[in-house]
Every structure is written in C-alpha cells, then in structure tokens.
Ligand binder design. Structure first.
Ligand code: CTP
Ligand SMILES: C[C@](O)(CO)[C@H](O)COP(=O)(O)O
Length: 229
C-alpha cells in the first residue's frame, strides 16, 4: 500500500546547541537529513515526501537533495513556529485519500519494516504510532519533589513515524487549530477527536537526535549496523 510522508525538518536544533539546524550535522560524512530521506526514497511503497522546512534552509536543502540523488521529495512547504504548525503546513498539501506518515527528520534510523507495519495498522485502525516500552521508572514532580510514581507496565516511549488515514489527520489538525490546542505529537491531536490510536512496537535504535550526546549514540548505532551487516 503506497503512502505519503510528511517530514518536519524546520526546527532550530536549540537543544543540540550546534548553532544551526541539527539536520546539517553529519554522521559518517552524510547529513542527518539525508540519512532520514534515503530510507523513504529507497522504499518502493513510499509515494512521496513532503518536507516542512525553514525558508532559510530551502536553498541548502535543495542542493543536498540534488547532490545525494533523493528523488521522492514531491513538495517543500514552509514550517511554522511549532512542530505541529510545520506538520499542518504539510497536511494542507496532501491529496485527499490514503495513508500518510509523519516522521521527524531528526530520526534517521527508522526501519522499513516498522514503516510497513505502521501503514498496514493505519489502514485497519485509522491511526498507528511507533513506540517502545519504557525502561526507566517515570515519576511526576512538583519542582524537585516527587508527587507520583507512574506505574511502568503500561507506559510507552512514543516515537515517529506516526501513521494516519489522511482524513483523520486533517480533522485532528483542524480541530486543534480551532481550539488552540498544541500537542507534542500528532497522535495526541487524533486522540482528542476522539479517535483510537494503535501502537506498533518499534526499536530502541530509532532515536531522535535532540541533545549533543545523541550524536555519539547515533555514531554507535551506525557502527553496530555495519558490524551486523
Ligand atoms: N517548528 C518546528 C520544530 C521542529 N520541527 C522538526 O520536528 C522534528 C522534531 O523536533 P525537535 O527534535 O524538537 O527539533 P528542533 O525543534 O530542531 O529541536 P529544539 O527543540 O532543540 O530546537 C525535527 O525534525 C525538527 O526539524 C519542525 O519541523 N518545525
Ligand atoms: C513527535 C515526537 O518525536 C514523539 O516522541 C516528539 O514528541 C517530538 O518532540 P520535540 O520536542 O518536538 O522534538
């Protein structure tokens, strides 16, 4: 089943502290952005990528996409202040029917198998997200004092891709705009429609490069993949 993918890539990488969009950082001499785009470009089921970018990155991103021979970028839209605004810019250019994924450009290690499982689940359920079981104990605190320990067995660390029937994602974003709701992922907008959201267990390698130590983790993941072949 073909799908489209919206790839939010319009962030500033403030927590990375690189002084630029972290998607320019290189892993084994290739920009993070290209690592991520290649996965979808090489997936025969990917019908096209919609990139949400910061206008200041447009020329450089276009040069990178051309240099690395990425073929399936069908649209480039201007992102917004929040990640959600950037995704919504992509939603606005979607075709009417079918399945769409939303995947952070900052997550270069997504696997095709996970993508395809999400597409199949979203075809059945309307919405499906990648996640991994939480390994740490999670507590809620007021300032630095614990107020609650959250029972761990039902907790998931949610990732992207997040897959949706296009109409479901469009309705969710339109409702969020109307009600001025901002969520940290697209599934939270869909949940409040309300609409069910299924979980597909992904893998711990699917990290989001967010803070400086994540670059070292990313290099270790690449090294492991080369060793495993
Ligand atoms: N207004 C925004 C903010 C984020 N993103 C994208 O959403 C993904 C996840 O966001 P995050 O990891 O928070 O990236 P940044 O916003 O760049 O990081 P920071 O919050 O540290 O500035 C990234 O691929 C980022 O480029 C986006 O398209 N538009
Ligand atoms: C969408 C996400 O990657 C799921 O874990 C995460 O919420 C993005 O958060 P960010 O602060 O915008 O990176």
């Amino acid at each position: 089943m073909a799908y489209q993918v919206i790839i939010p890539a319009a962030g500033q990488g403030k927590r990375m502290g690189a002084g630029k969009n972290k998607l320019y950082l290189t892993l084994e001499d290739t920009p993070v952005l290209i690592h991520t785009l290649r996965v979808f470009d090489e997936d025969e089921e990917c019908g096209g990528m919609i990139l949400a970018i910061h206008p200041e990155d447009e020329a450089q991103f276009k040069d990178m996409i051309h240099f690395y021979g990425i073929r399936k970028v069908t649209s480039m839209v201007h992102g917004g202040r929040e990640r959600q605004d950037s995704v919504y810019s992509g939603v606005k250019v979607l075709e009417e029917e079918g399945i769409v994924l939303v995947h952070d450009a900052a997550r270069p290690f997504i696997k095709k198998e996970t993508i395809h499982s999400l597409v199949r689940e979203a075809e059945m359920e309307g919405a499906a997200i990648a996640a991994v079981p939480v390994k740490d104990t999670i507590k809620r605190a007021d300032s630095n004092m614990v107020t609650e320990t959250i029972e761990r067995s039902s907790l998931w660390a949610v990732q992207t891709p997040q897959a949706f029937r296009i109409s479901v994602l469009r309705n969710a974003h339109e409702k969020a705009v109307k009600e001025e709701f901002t969520g940290t992922d697209d599934a939270s907008l869909v949940e409040r429609l309300p609409h069910k959201v299924a979980i597909i267990e992904g893998d711990y390698d699917n990290i989001k490069l967010t803070t400086p130590e994540d670059v070292f983790f990313a290099e270790a993941i690449l090294k492991k993949r080369k060793q495993l072949g």
